[in-house]
Design a binder for this molecule. Sequence first.
Ligand code: TXA
Ligand code: MG
Length: 316
Amino acid sequence: MPIRPATADTIAAAAEVLRAGGLVAFPTETVYGLGADATNARAVAGIFAAKGRPRFNPLIVHVAEAADAARFAIVDRRAEVLAAAFWPGALTMVLVKSAACPIADLATAGLDTIAVRVPSHRSAQALIRAAGVPIAAPSANRSGHVSPTTPAHVEADLGDKVDTILDDGPTAVGIESTVVDLSGPAPTLLRAGGIASEAIEAILGVALPRGTHDAERPASPGQLASHYAPRAAVRLDATSARPGEALLAFGPAVPGHDGPVVNLSPSGDTIEAAANLFAALRQLDAAGVTTIAVMPIPDTGLGEAINDRLRRAAAR
Ligand code: TXA
Ligand code: MG
């Protein structure tokens, strides 16, 4: 059983595993990540192998504080302003790589840009500091699957492929970080996520255009149309569930249904719904239904990220 409660001792041991080139799954405030030393090409290759991830899809590099990002990326004024507002936290910035960037090319898929994040989670912070190296970490699921929000989710997908899964309970945000591309003249939103795009726009003082989603060359390659795929089909904007379906509900007014039902937020709160989303998809998928019917969710706040993930789950 690679699941170990996150304590000072297990974090120190996990940091040693990372320094030796191994893989460690660890909690962040968004989802569990599958970490490796970002400066070690062989270790990073291990992430792609374990996940079955396409090599053109670059990884996020995690550091303990904003100042560390300047060691491998060009942090301009806009990036400084966003870092001050949202780091540590669920924001990933895509920046231009610096000339002497020590990060393995495989981690950035050979791009001249790099995605950087400073997580706020106490165990993630402790692990990064103990390892003393930047940590490349995608979500700790098999490629194309729903992201893990509990250690059990990680074990189900990757249990035989990681040395250690650090257990610090379910993640608070429940949905991946928001990815903003600052490598060009105008910031763009590459992935809606745990920080509402409205909050980022308010700080930047400009509207964030959504990145183009070219199926062949996606701006953020993880944004392939079919992602987050449960086994069951997903039917969006359902006003009721049909016999044999499961119902993923939202809000106080839920239609009666004689089958599995999970309500993401009975009070209609998108923050609560985001925290519950991936576990709910896994739970309903495990019920063995052929289709998960999903009630409409407002597109504001974290609803934008939730609807993005649900559309991808439905696209097959
Ligand atoms: O919350 C999160 O972001 C979690 C935790 C573990 O930090 N990580 C995560 O990683 O969701 P991953 O690999 O599942 O998603 C990273 C996203 C992908 O869509 C990837 O294509 C994009 O970031 N990305 C990474 N580097 C990029 C780059 N240089 N340019 C554009 N997109 C990039
Ligand atoms: Mg992922």
